[in-house]
Design a protein. Structure first.
Length: 274
């Protein structure tokens, strides 16, 4: 192969239709509105006709699902594809009943997530029948360093891998409590691994608290996490309230891990509170 072939601009190999579909999926996953097709097309930088064709195609493939007029969410077709390709089995199918039970038990919104680079990706969401439930949607992507769902994975990864992801790179700040440097993130991850779970009181959103725990597969590798989130006031209703929430999240993470083939007695990891 010639040097000119090696130096070919990578953009030559990008497929614009696929790129537009990916951009639309990300837009929907982040909660973007499609109530005004013309406005959404302008935001996405595509024509109105192209947007309508993409919506029809993605809905046919079950990659998106209509919620109400002008609103979509990431569909089960895409969620299942992500779960199966990432882990060789249907993580979402196995975890969903546990996530649903966790939401009802705690009265908080419960989520299942995985790591994609420096982002936590929400694969499943269940909310209790109470006010003030989380409105984050399946498919949403959030900076992993700022969320318990992301840090619960990062804290149990190989430290060298985490360093590659974050050292010498800027960290987005969501609130004044968000770890905004590699040193601060390192300290947070070390502390959370020591106590056995990740926690947040306003690190991602002011007035919102969260607890998360890692999920391991049969090879003892961290592959996902589960969390609960809600207004901080719901975590502080009594002295024992937060401890009960932590215990419920750890129990849920353990149950999902065991269902995935993880064996606690054969592992150096445990779901106990330090």
């Amino acid at each position: 192969m010639s040097d000119s072939e090696h130096n070919t601009d990578e953009s030559t190999y990008i497929s614009p239709p696929v790129q537009r579909a990916a951009k639309l999926l990300r837009y929907i996953g982040e909660g973007g509105s499609l109530a005004n097709i013309r406005s959404a097309a302008s935001t996405l930088g595509i024509s109105r006709t192209t947007l309508l064709r993409l919506l029809h195609t993605l809905e046919t493939e079950r990659f998106i699902e209509p919620v109400r007029e002008g609103e979509y969410q990431i569909g089960i077709g895409l969620v299942s594809l992500v779960g199966e390709s990432a882990f060789g089995q249907d993580l979402v199918r196995i975890a969903l009943p546990v996530v649903a039970k966790l939401a009802e038990k705690t009265g908080l919104s419960a989520h299942l997530g995985v790591l994609d680079g420096r982002e936590a990706v929400y694969l499943a969401r269940r909310v209790p029948n109470v006010p003030l439930a989380s409105n984050i949607s399946v498919g949403s992507r959030v900076g992993a360093h700022a969320t318990t769902l992301g840090r619960a994975i990062l804290a149990w990864m190989d430290p060298a891998e985490v360093r590659k992801l974050y050292e010498d790179r800027p960290l987005g700040r969501y609130t004044n409590r968000t770890p905004s440097s590699w040193t601060a993130l390192q300290e947070t991850l070390h502390r959370e691994q020591q106590i056995g779970y990740s926690e947040s009181d306003g690190l991602y959103s002011d007035g919102v608290s969260s607890i998360a725990a890692p999920i391991f597969d049969e090879s003892d590798r961290v592959i996902a996490s589960v969390n609960v989130t809600g207004p901080t006031t719901l975590f502080e209703m009594s002295d024992s309230r937060r401890k009960k929430i932590v215990g419920s999240v750890l129990d849920a993470a353990r149950e999902i891990s065991v269902r995935l083939g993880w064996r606690e007695n054969a592992s150096d990891k445990s779901y106990s509170i330090s």
